[in-house]
Ligand binder design. Structure first.
Ligand SMILES: [Ca+2]
Ligand SMILES: [Ca+2]
Length: 225
């Protein structure tokens, strides 16, 4: 009996010290300065939520068949899909860890022969938002798409980007304009279709941009020029 008690005390002590060790390891991994090997080793305990990746459908290459375009968010350290949120409780630490993870925001699609396209390799971002099919804006077969980079910063200044797929199946940027992440999305600053963009026809669009004088203004451009 005495032996049993001694053994169970021993086991409890061992378990306790294990727990302490793993807590310490976790603490260390939350430090933005640890090397990538350590961080990768422990962060893998958390499943990657690729459910937070966006996707849109439309006919982007203009062949009459509906395509799907997917967001991809990888760490260039591993070349694999990675976490958009590194620390959900501490914004500044999340920013440091995100930068240390060297992420790349990309898109890929079901379109045959179309390569994965890098939207940005700048590290201080958590992918994209406002990912949408804009319809055929330039009157060249195929829908255009829009997106905004989700910068991991404290600024509301941003840009809205319009991409099109060229005939040789390469994504290229048609146009971009400055926006304010909060003000631009207030109802009165959107077109009636609740979008930042309104197609006028013949490749001409109107768009709502955030100007140097800190107000939302209306612009117009010909996407075919
Ligand atoms: Ca298609
Ligand atoms: Ca088009």
């Amino acid at each position: 009996m005495k032996n049993n008690v001694t053994i169970s005390i021993l086991v409890t002590c061992i378990l306790c010290s294990c727990r302490n060790i793993s807590k310490e390891t976790n603490k260390e991994t939350n430090n933005g300065t640890v090397d990538s090997t350590t961080r990768r080793g422990t962060v893998t305990g958390r499943p990657i939520n690729t459910g937070d990746r966006l996707k849109i459908s439309g006919d982007f290459d203009g062949d009459g068949i509906i395509d799907t375009v997917y967001e991809s968010y990888i760490s260039s350290l591993t070349g694999r899909e990675t976490y958009k949120t590194m620390d959900s409780t501490d914004i500044e630490r999340n920013m440091e860890l995100t930068i240390a993870n060297k992420p790349e925001a990309r898109i890929y699609s079901t379109i045959n022969l179309a390569d994965t396209f890098t939207l940005t390799k700048e590290a201080q971002q958590s992918g994209i938002f406002g990912f949408e099919n804009l319809g055929d804006l330039n009157n060249e077969k195929g829908d255009e798409l829009g997106y905004i980079i989700d910068w991991t910063d404290f600024s509301n200044m941003n840009s809205y980007h319009i991409l099109t797929m060229s005939k040789d199946k390469k994504w290229k940027e048609l146009f971009n304009f400055p926006i304010n992440e909060s003000v631009n999305f207030e109802d009165e600053n959107l077109f009636k279709n609740k979008s930042l963009i309104l197609k006028e026809g013949n490749g001409i669009i109107k768009y709502k941009f955030y100007s140097d004088t800190a107000s939302v203004e209306e612009g117009r451009t010909n996407l075919n020029k």
